[in-house]
Ligand binder design. Structure first.
Ligand code: GDP
Ligand code: ZN
Length: 452
C-alpha cells in the first residue's frame, strides 16, 4: 500500500446544488484540512466519523461544513482521506479548492482517485472500469451490469483460471530446466482440460459483448413493412405512450434521426427512423435494399403488415434472414373490418405474433411485453461484457488458447508450448489489470470525470 501526495477535487456535479462534496486524499490530507478547520481537532478523531465546523483561511470565514475523516487503509483510495461537505455554491467550492491547493494539495486528474484505489488493490481493473460505467449508467439494466462487474463479476472467474494456467506454465518451465526429453511434469491431458474450461468461460463472455453493448447504447430495433401499413403511426404511438426521450443525433456523413424509447428501464433505439418513415417502403426503388440494411443493424425486427398482400411482401423480405436475430410479426389495423390475414405456415409457427391497432392504440401493451420478453431472455445470462477493451483481450486470449491446443495436438516441444501459454496469460492478465502498462492505465482513468 502506497500513499501519495494529497490531491483534491469536487466530487459532486459542478453547478449550484444544496451541497457539494470536496474530496481530499493522500498523505497528510487530514492534517492539511485540519489547519483550516475550526470546531474539532480532526487529527485526533476516529476514522469514519463526521464533524461539524467552520473553514477559515487567513482569518476569512469560508463556510460551515461537515468533514468526514477516513484513515488509511479504510477509505476508497486506501489513503488518508477527508470529504468536506459544504454549501453548493461555485464560489465556496472554488475558495476551498484554492485554499487546499495553496497549502500543498494538488488538483486531481480525471479518475485519479479511482486510479489510486486500483493501485492500492482496492479492486481490479474490470471493477475500476465498472465504476466509470456506473457513473454514466442511464438505465436499470446497464446499472445492473455495471454493479455486477463492480462486485467482482467475471474477473474473479478469470483470475482463478489464470492461476491454474500459471501453475501449468511453471511445471513446463521446470521440464525445460531439466532439459531431458522424457521428463513431463505437466500432464498434457490436464492442461488440455484446463484450456477447454477456460474456453467455456471465455466464449459466453465474448458472445455477451454485442448484447452488452446494445444495453449501453440502446437495443437497435427496425420496423419493416410495406408503405402505409402504419410504421410511423406505430412508432409515434409507442413514443407518445412512454413519453419517450426523443433524441436527434446529427450524423456526420448523413442525417440520421434516432428515436430512443425506454421500456421498463431498457433502452431501445429505433435505427434510421427517418429512413424507415420515408424510404423503407418495400415497393419504392431501393426500398428493399434499405430494409435489408436496417435489418442487418437491428437486434430486433418488427415486421408490420395490414393485409394479406402486405404480409406476402413482408414474408418475401424475411426470406433467408439471419436466424440469430429476433423477429416479431405485427398485424396492424385490427380496428378495421375485414382484417383477417392468415399467416403462412412459416410465420404461424413463430410465437411472436401480435395483433394491434397503432391508430386506435389496441394491443400496444402486449407488443411491448413481447419486445421486452425477447430482451429479458438474454439479460438473464449472468455476466455481460460491456467494455470494448475487455472484449478485445478476451478475443486475443481465446486465440492464444487455440494456439496452445494446436500445439498440444501437434505434440510440440515444451518450450514452444510454454511460449503460447505465456501469451494467453499475458492477455488474461491485461483484462483484470494483473499485467498492465502505465499507458493503458492513464488511458483508462483519463476517461473518468474529475473527482472520481
Ligand atoms: P407507414 O407508411 O408504414 O409509415 O404508414 P403510416 O404510419 O404513415 O400510416 C399510413 C396510414 O394508415 C395513415 O393514414 C394512418 O393513419 C393509417 N393507420 C396507421 N395505423 C392504423 C390503424 O391501426 N388503424 C387504422 N384504421 N389506420 C391506421
Ligand atoms: Zn411510410
Amino acid at each position: 500500500m502506497q500513499q501519495q501526495e494529497p490531491i483534491c477535487a469536487l466530487a459532486t456535479a459542478s453547478g449550484v446544488g444544496a451541497i457539494a462534496v470536496i474530496r481530499v486524499s493522500g498523505i497528510g490530507s487530514v492534517e492539511l484540512v485540519n489547519r483550516f478547520f475550526y470546531g474539532k481537532d480532526l487529527t485526533k478523531v476516529k476514522s469514519h466519523t463526521v464533524h461539524f465546523g467552520t473553514l477559515q483561511y487567513k482569518s476569512l470565514l469560508i463556510d460551515e461544513v461537515l468533514a468526514t475523516v477516513f484513515r488509511s487503509p479504510k477509505s476508497f483510495t486506501k489513503e488518508d482521506s477527508v470529504e468536506i461537505s459544504c454549501h453548493g455554491s461555485d464560489y465556496i467550492v472554488r475558495q476551498i479548492l484554492k485554499m487546499l491547493v495553496s497549502e500543498g494539495a494538488r488538483m486531481a486528474k480525471p479518475g485519479e482517485f479511482t486510479q489510486r484505489a486500483f493501485l492500492n488493490g482496492q479492486f481490479d481493473l474490470v471493477q475500476a472500469e465498472a465504476v466509470a460505467d456506473l457513473i454514466t449508467a442511464d438505465s436499470d439494466v446497464s446499472h445492473r451490469t455495471a454493479l455486477n462487474q463492480l462486485r467482482g463479476g467475471f474477473s474473479k472467474k478469470l483470475y482463478l483460471l489464470r492461476e491454474e494456467l500459471i501453475h501449468f506454465a511453471s511445471l513446463i518451465e521446470l521440464e525445460l530446466d531439466f532439459g531431458e526429453e522424457d521428463v513431463e511434469f505437466a500432464q498434457r491431458d490436464d492442461l488440455r482440460q484446463l484450456i477447454m474450461h477456460l474456453h467455456q468461460t471465455i466464449h459466453p463472455l465474448i458472445d455477451s459483448f454485442s448484447f452488452g453493448n446494445a444495453l449501453k447504447e440502446g437495443i437497435p430495433v427496425a420496423i419493416i413493412g410495406s408503405p402505409n401499413v402504419g410504421k410511423s403511426t406505430l412508432l409515434n404511438a409507442l413514443l407518445n405512450e412512454e413519453k419517450a426521450i426523443v433524441t436527434e443525433i446529427a450524423g456526420t456523413t448523413r442525417d440520421v434521426i434516432e428515436d430512443t424509447l425506454v421500456l421498463e428501464g431498457m433502452k431501445f433505439r429505433f435505427i434510421d427512423t427517418a429512413g424507415i418513415r420515408e424510404t423503407l417502403d418495400v415497393v419504392e426503388s431501393m426500398g428493399i435494399e434499405r430494409s435489408r440494411r436496417a435489418m442487418e443493424q437491428a437486434d430486433l425486427v418488427l415486421f408490420l403488415y395490414d393485409s394479406e398482400q402486405t404480409l406476402r411482401e413482408v414474408e418475401q423480405l424475411a426470406k433467408g434472414l439471419n436466424t440469430e436475430k429476433k423477429y416479431i410479426w405485427v398485424q396492424n389495423k385490427i380496428d378495421l373490418p375485414d382484417q383477417n390475414s392468415t399467416f403462412t405456415s412459416e410465420v404461424s409457427s413463430s410465437e411472436n405474433q401480435v395483433k394491434i391497432s397503432a391508430h386506435a392504440q389496441i394491443g400496444l401493451d402486449e407488443l411491448k411485453s413481447v419486445i421486452l420478453a425477447q430482451v429479458h431472455q438474454q439479460a438473464a445470462t449472468d455476466t455481460v461484457v460491456t467494455n470494448l477493451r475487455h472484449y478485445e483481450h478476451l478475443l486475443k486470449t481465446s486465440a492464444a488458447l487455440d494456439e496452445v491446443l494446436n500445439g498440444l495436438d501437434a505434440g510440440i516441444t515444451g518450450d514452444f508450448l510454454a511460449q503460447d501459454i505465456r501469451l494467453a496469460l499475458f492477455h488474461l492478465g491485461e483484462i483484470t489489470g494483473t499485467i498492465v502498462s502505465d499507458d493503458l492505465l492513464a488511458n483508462i482513468f483519463s476517461k473518468f470525470c474529475i473527482g472520481k
